[in-house]
Design a protein. Structure first.
Lengths: 373, 133
């Protein structure tokens, strides 16, 4: 009896430990790396957080520590006129995006950590401005998260647009996970939807809820680091940093709760439990979650045909393991994962350029173009 | 006149100690732990071991223990480019975290006295303020 019990105990421990260490399928593969390489578009940028293309040879790149560059044919020039950036922890100058009608109105949007005059601490803010040559003018604050905090974590942020005149951006939980993400009356841990002029769409999900932040589109997020629009369905796809073993891909739906920190597949960095709940009624399951965490950042579908076998696949940067991840999706499921450009460096951002190629923001380097041989 | 000068001197001395009033080491370590958890743990981990080849260790780190002022400078202004820690090369980017001098002193005291690290060097706010880029 005693023997049987200890055998069972061992079996139990084996199952438990094998569960904990197991990779969430599909297992990542490392294919032949000689099929791809990169070309440097611009170098000398420590943390190239955001980028957007003005034309095939011209793009805007943000450097987290607070510099906006205009890059023309590989040569970078600092754009002047940014508002004061509150540099604290993971915060700084974050994403940048051209207005859908940039050609006619020269308007750009950017997100940044902000500490307004007289404040202590800070929170994520969305700005717009006019860009003429290398100068910003008419800088306008469109949204700023509240309340402020001196915490260094989880500012977000990415900016995308749908084709119905809306702008979406995210703010992370700002290091207050037990309060912010599930409280609609506070900012943080949310994806927001605004009209292009910064006003709040009348059909936003919580406009009738008293006290709720009306710009909120979805909530229960931890730290959104990648956002892109699906080229066919128009859905907003997002990735976010979870705790250890809880990084997620989500498809963002109006008014939905993505569960952080009530449900998660991750544990604290120290290995201790946050919750034993993986699912709850009324909370969305991720489209995919990474165990182990890859620290995803940036996100783009390859919609062009320039890479023969990659059309329709999703690409995500890995900060932690320094590669570009290719995710193949079939019937609404990830069926294949591959390391592309293994050891390239901490991939902070991924975008598809107007020429159909993938462009990466790599820390300590700059912007690289992925070339498929 | 002399008395006045003397008084002014005393006042300056007093202001100096008042401005850089050192908190006891234990308090500084406790405050530093909070800063560490907010700003450092994500890369250097709660064990201080970092990630081999990616984020250098802070525990039993020859680079840290032999270059305390350089390490403070790294926290204060950021550190990038190749460094060798315990025989292994690291070529990453640590950005300045926007901490004030007191916070930097606290987190340094925490790091220098955690996970088996021991230092007789008390890092003061004044010492941090004297370190330039």
């Amino acid at each position: 009896m005693k023997k049987k019990f200890s055998a069972l105990l061992y079996l139990g421990i084996f199952y438990l430990t094998s569960c904990i260490s197991q990779e969430n399928p599909p297992e990542i593969k490392t294919p032949d790396q000689s099929n791809y390489s990169t070309e440097t578009i611009v170098d000398g940028i420590d943390v190239p957080w955001g980028m957007d293309f003005i034309s095939e040879n011209e793009l805007l790149v943000t450097e987290k520590k607070g510099i906006l560059y205009r890059v023309v044919n590989g040569k970078k020039t600092e754009v002047l006129g940014l508002p004061e950036i509150y540099k604290r922890g993971q915060g700084g100058l974050l994403d940048v995006a051209l207005h859908p009608d940039f050609k006619n109105n020269t308007v750009i949007y950017f997100t940044a950590s902000a500490q307004l005059e007289g404040d202590t601490g800070g929170n994520t803010a969305l700005y717009c401005a006019k860009l003429n040559d290398n100068q910003l003018s008419e800088v306008k604050l469109l949204y700023k998260g509240t309340p402020n905090t001196k915490k260094g974590q989880h500012w977000g942020s990415r900016i995308v647009f749908d084709d119905q005149g809306h702008l979406f951006f995210g703010i992370g939980d700002r290091g207050n996970r037990d309060v912010n993400p599930q409280d609609l009356e506070r900012d943080g841990g949310k994806i927001y939807r605004l009209n292009l002029d910064g006003s709040i769409p009348e059909d936003n999900p919580f406009t009738n809820k008293e006290g709720a932040k009306q710009a909120v589109y979805s909530y229960g997020h931890r730290n959104p680091q990648g956002m892109t629009v699906h080229p066919k369905t128009g859905e907003i796809w997002e990735n976010e940093h979870g705790p250890k073993g809880g990084d997620e891909i989500n498809i963002i739906l109006k008014g939905k709760n993505y569960g952080w920190p009530v449900i998660t597949y991750g544990v604290n960095y120290s290995g201790t439990s946050i919750t034993d709940k993986r699912a709850m009624p009324g909370m969305e399951q991720p489209f995919y979650y990474w165990v182990p965490s890859i620290a995803p950042s940036g996100m783009a579908f390859s919609s062009s045909g320039v890479y023969r076998k990659w059309k329709g696949d999703l690409f995500v940067g890995s900060l932690k393991f320094k590669y570009l991840e290719r995710l193949v999706i079939k019937r609404k499921k990830i069926v294949k994962r591959e390391k592309i450009l293994n050891e390239i460096g901490r991939v902070r951002n991924v975008k598809e350029g107007p020429d159909g190629y993938l462009y990466l923001g790599v820390e300590g380097k700059g912007i690289l173009k992925v070339v498929y041989k | 006149m002399k008395v006045l000068l003397g008084l002014m001197g005393l006042l300056i001395l007093f202001e100096g100690t008042w401005l850089f009033q050192n908190k006891p080491l234990e308090q500084s370590i406790a405050d530093g732990e909070e800063i560490y958890q907010d700003f450092c743990l994500q890369c250097h981990l709660d064990t201080g071991k970092g990630v081999s080849g990616v984020f250098p260790p802070l525990v039993e780190s020859d680079y840290l223990m032999n270059n305390i002022d350089l390490s403070i400078r790294g926290v204060k202004y950021g550190l990038s480019g190749p460094i060798v820690v315990n025989g292994e090369e690291y070529d990453g980017v640590m950005q300045n975290q926007g901490l004030d001098n007191e916070e930097i002193a606290d987190v340094m005291n925490y790091i220098l006295n955690s996970w088996g690290n021991k230092s007789t060097d008390l890092i003061t706010e004044e010492r941090v303020s004297n370190i330039t880029e």
